[in-house]
Design a protein around this ligand. Structure first.
Ligand SMILES: Nc1nc2c(c(=O)[nH]1)N[C@H]1C(S)=C(S)[C@@H](COP(=O)(O)O)O[C@H]1N2
Ligand SMILES: [Mo]
Length: 336
């Protein structure tokens, strides 16, 4: 995981030229699919069978969740960040989602291939509620919250994102973990047709991540179904993903297809790829360097502060108050 700028060696200049690729591409794609239009505006006219799969906000039945880009109603929660919110185009256009390719603009370019309707989440392991669930079975769309969180990638860049979703604890409560469930593992969909990046052995697919149960139940742990007031676009992990603001971004699992409760520490994708560089905990920590770079500061993506804005990285990404107790007595250098 290193910074890569295939098309835009001066990525930052995009902020003054917002019609450049990839953002322009992304907008055009949205318009073409109706995702950026008011839900329903062009839908009534279309016969159901002509709908581009996963692109149009036309829930076929009550259990269907909003399609990528559909507007979501959410109540503002008390999680805010003093720094400027990242411009939406940067959040949508500068992504890590290796299932679509390893360049930052691959997910925005190819995400439209991912059909997010219908969607099933399979629950496995130490649970009294095993089975297959629709997104709406797990996420109560009448209780959506907007939470503005810091988002810190292990590659030393950051954003500030207004997520829309529900506490992860509310989802876990529906899944009745047994007392033997000490961890929870999240798994991303693996579909070689819809995710061209998975045809290459970049990671040991499917992408898996995990948390200790008490981490998963922490108030900050969030299941996002949206951002910027709209249902997540594919590149950001539609239809649902985890958000764990005190951890490096790769601990979040996009486009979740399985949730597995386990007695033992589950495997995680980047730890399998390089255990020396990516630990199970991966809490944001400015004092513990990545073996190949410092984590003391971060490059601010899509903010207001000029093209080379940096900020100092905070312990637990600024969420020490909420999460420090989870790691009391642990050596955070050993448990990186
Ligand atoms: N399935 C899957 N989930 C993933 C990734 C990925 O490549 N595949 N990348 C991770 C990384 S490194 C980061 S920083 C965040 C990026 O989320 P964003 O693109 O929505 O900002 O997603 C994480 N979740
Ligand atoms: Mo990341």
């Amino acid at each position: 995981m290193e910074l890569k700028f295939r098309r835009n060696p001066n990525y930052q200049s995009l902020r003054s030229e917002m019609t450049d690729e990839p953002f322009f591409m992304d907008r055009r794609k949205l318009l073409a699919t109706g995702g950026a239009l008011g839900a329903g505006s062009i839908l009534g006219a279309l016969p159901a069978c002509s709908e581009p799969q996963g692109a149009i906000a036309a829930p076929a039945n009550a259990s269907a969740h909003p399609a990528p880009g559909a507007k979501l109603a959410a109540k503002k929660a008390a999680y805010a960040v003093s720094d400027t919110t990242t411009v939406e185009e940067a959040f949508n256009g500068y992504c890590n989602f290796y299932e679509f390719g390893t360049d930052k603009d691959d997910p925005a370019d190819k995400g439209f291939l991912l059909k997010t309707q219908p969607w099933q989440i399979k629950v496995e392991g130490e649970s009294d509620a095993l089975g297959n669930y629709a997104v709406k079975d797990l996420v109560d769309f009448s209780k959506l919250e907007e939470r503005v969180y810091r988002h810190r990638c292990v590659e030393a860049w950051s954003m500030v994102v207004p997520w829309v979703g529900v506490p992860l604890s509310s989802v876990i409560a529906k899944l009745k973990p047994k007392a033997t469930a000490k961890y929870v593992q999240f798994e991303t969909l693996l579909d070689k047709k819809m995710m061209p990046g998975t045809r290459l052995p970049v990671l040991d697919w499917p992408y898996v991540e995990g948390l200790r149960m008490d981490e998963a139940m922490n108030e900050l742990a969030f299941i996002a179904v949206g951002a910027y007031g709209k249902a997540l676009l594919q590149q950001n992990g539609a239809p649902l993903r985890t958000v764990l603001p005190w951890k490096y971004g790769f601990k979040a699992t996009k486009s979740i297809a399985k949730i597995r409760f386990t007695a033992n520490e589950p495997k995680t994708a980047w730890n399998k790829a390089n255990a020396n560089e990516y630990g199970f905990y991966s809490n944001v920590n400015p004092k513990v360097s990545h073996p190949r770079w410092s984590q003391a500061s971060e490059r601010v993506i899509g903010g207001k502060g000029g093209f080379n804005e940096r900020r100092n990285t905070e312990m637990f990404n600024g969420y020490e108050k909420q999460v420090a107790s989870l790691y009391a007595g642990m050596d955070l250098e050993k448990n990186y």
